[in-house]
Design a protein around this ligand. Structure first.
Ligand SMILES: Nc1ncnc2c1ncn2[C@@H]1O[C@H](COP(=O)(O)OP(=O)(O)OP(=O)(O)O)[C@@H](O)[C@H]1O
Ligand SMILES: [Zn+2]
Length: 370
């Protein structure tokens, strides 16, 4: 049976056809390492771990790239508060990310590019965007001109007119359109900075993912993922930058976005302060329980977190293990592999297996029937 996936770009389920037969190239937006990951942050990585494992199980050779946004306002602020350098903070929380993801048995990506290692690639793309008329400089800053890219808004389903009408009045006067976004930011005193044709500065957030995805996966690769908060503006801007730069579409064949982990129906986030860190949860629950909790709801649906629901996931996992254990015992009984009872179990197992494949082929529905 064909594998079908829900594509945010077309807003429908489509048959998955890879760019190259038998191969899958995927880019997952990674963390901004300025804090320990909370379980909302863990959702995309557990989801993509399962997607990757399933694709490999179906025989695809998967190449997985996931970035670290290691230069960012949040990192700089944390570094200033602690009186240490930005890379001390980034390295500390990259290590913290790996520590919990390894415990959660999330397989490592093939490449973990960092923004700070790709400044040259980014500058080359920004320069080309200026040369092609898609970007303009204002002092030492460079902005992308959204009006120059006709399909802008295609991923998020927004129109530029609506966005202009909805823009706040205090929008930066120097921008040609309120939605224009920074490709390069000039350095404020004391900030980390790299030399560029526009003076010392650092890249904007969106351009890093275009640069690193194009570098490691080439244009028109298969999957791009992340949480649904990244659809706009991050992924919308990635498309605008990449397609303007290469002159080819699509930049990505299938865009997949996971729903939020919520607490009392509000997005779990660092800024709201309603978060639970993975490391703290793992002090009380085995990692498989957290994985099972996250996978017991389809990845696109919201998932409300509570202690009771985590405990319930633990009980469900236990029931599953008991069932497996009982079947193994049954097999060991004299005549266990034969007889009517064994036939019933075998039939049930065959049916469960078929249902498993049908569910996974239906947009990776680990929850079955959600
Ligand atoms: N509550 C959530 N549920 C599901 N995914 C989330 C949640 N919060 C963040 N993500 C996803 O986690 C990944 C890593 O994000 P990142 O490190 O940038 O954190 P963040 O979005 O800044 O988190 P926060 O909103 O808590 O500040 C992104 O793909 C993001 O979409
Ligand atoms: Zn990204």
């Amino acid at each position: 049976m064909a594998l079908r996936v829900y594509n945010t770009l077309t807003k429908q389920k489509e048959e998955f056809v890879p760019r190259e037969p038998g191969k899958v190239k995927m880019y997952v937006c990674g963390v901004t390492p300025y804090n320990h990951p909370h379980i909302g942050n863990a959702r995309p990585f557990i989801t993509w771990d399962v997607i990757r494992r399933y694709l490999e199980h179906r025989g695809f050779a998967v190449f997985h790239v996931q970035n670290f946004t290691d230069i960012d306002d949040k990192i700089i602020n944390t570094a200033n508060q602690e009186g240490v350098t930005w890379d001390t903070i980034a390295n500390r929380y990259i290590a913290a990310y790996f520590e919990v993801m390894d415990k959660l048995n999330v397989r490592r990506a093939h490449v973990y590019p960092r923004v700070s290692d790709h400044i040259g690639d980014i500058i080359a793309i920004v320069q080309r965007l200026i040369d092609k008329g898609y970007a303009y400089t204002v002092g030492g800053d460079v902005y992308y001109s959204v009006e120059k890219f006709a399909p802008y808004g295609q991923l998020s389903g927004r129109s530029l007119e609506d966005m202009k009408a909805g823009a706040r009045i205090d929008v930066d006067e120097r921008k040609r359109h309120p939605m224009d976004f920074a490709l390069w930011k000039s350095a404020k005193p004391g900030e980390p900075a790299w030399d560029s044709p526009w003076g010392p500065g650092r890249p904007g957030w969106h351009i890093e993912c275009s640069a690193m995805a194009l570098k490691y996966l080439g244009n028109g690769f298969d999957f791009h993922g992340g949480g649904s908060d990244l659809i706009f503006p991050h992924h919308e801007n990635e498309i605008a930058q990449s397609e303007a730069y290469t002159g080819e579409a699509p930049f990505v064949r299938y865009w997949l976005h996971n729903g939020f982990i919520t607490v009392n129906e509000e997005k779990m986030s660092k800024s709201l302060g309603n978060f639970f860190l993975v490391k703290d949860i793992l002090a009380h629950y085995p990692p498989e329980v957290l994985r099972f909790f996250i996978l017991s709801t389809h990845y696109r649906s919201p998932l409300d977190f509570s202690d009771e629901r985590l405990a319930e996931a633990g009980r469900s996992l236990e029931r599953l293990r008991t069932a497996v254990h009982n079947i193994r015992q049954l097999e060991k009984l004299p005549g266990g592999a034969g007889g009517e009872q064994a036939d019933t179990v075998r039939r049930a197992a065959a049916q469960a297996k078929a249902e498993f494949y049908a569910a996974m082929d239906d947009d990776f529905n680990t929850a079955l029937g959600d």
